[in-house]
Design a protein around this ligand. Structure first.
Ligand code: FEO
Length: 165
């Protein structure tokens, strides 16, 4: 069964969101490196790859369905933020945008009667639960410790231990 036009369009929109998150996280990686928060930097560097892998799942799926996906142009990300908390809040906002995008894809695929696309999206629905969880946790933790240099570096170190080897 050919991919319906509305499903193709919404999947292309989600590819843009995943690329956008990768670009933003690249900017955050640079910001945290410059601020000497090496653990946060490593986390966001790793997450550039995570976001590209999310986009990659959709790209491969569209190819498997015989459709050429659209790859968006990259834009220049912010590499400085007023504070660590602002950067973490921006990451959380991006995760929420991506979750909303995946849910929208799911709605369109269900309405189009496309069970294969619905099935492909299930993994991303679950993934977004984890994605929002870490982003929410990082915002809450930074709120708790941001006034203490020692606390911030202890949290940065804890985050470095969570980065996949
Ligand atoms: Fe691809 Fe972090 O959402």
């Amino acid at each position: 069964m050919a991919l319906k036009k509305e499903v193709e369009a919404i999947l292309n929109e989600q590819i843009v969101k995943e690329f956008d998150a990768a670009t933003v996280y690249n900017g955050m990686y640079i910001y945290f490196e410059m601020e000497l928060f090496k653990g946060f930097a490593a986390w966001f560097k790793d997450h550039v790859g995570e976001e590209m892998s999310h986009a990659g799942r959709i790209i491969q799926y569209m190819l498997d369905r015989g459709v050429a996906p659209e790859i968006p142009a990259t834009r220049k990300p912010k590499t400085s933020f007023p504070s660590v908390l602002d950067a973490m809040k921006a990451a959380l906002a991006h995760e929420r945008t991506n979750t909303a995008g995946i849910h929208e894809c799911l709605k369109v695929a269900q309405k189009a009667g496309d069970p294969a696309t619905v099935e492909m999206l299930q993994w991303l629905v679950k993934e977004q639960v984890e994605e929002e969880q870490w982003a929410e946790e990082y915002v809450q933790m930074v709120k708790k410790v941001e006034k203490s240099v020692g606390g911030m570096y202890a949290f940065d170190h804890a985050v470095s231990k969570r980065v996949k080897a």
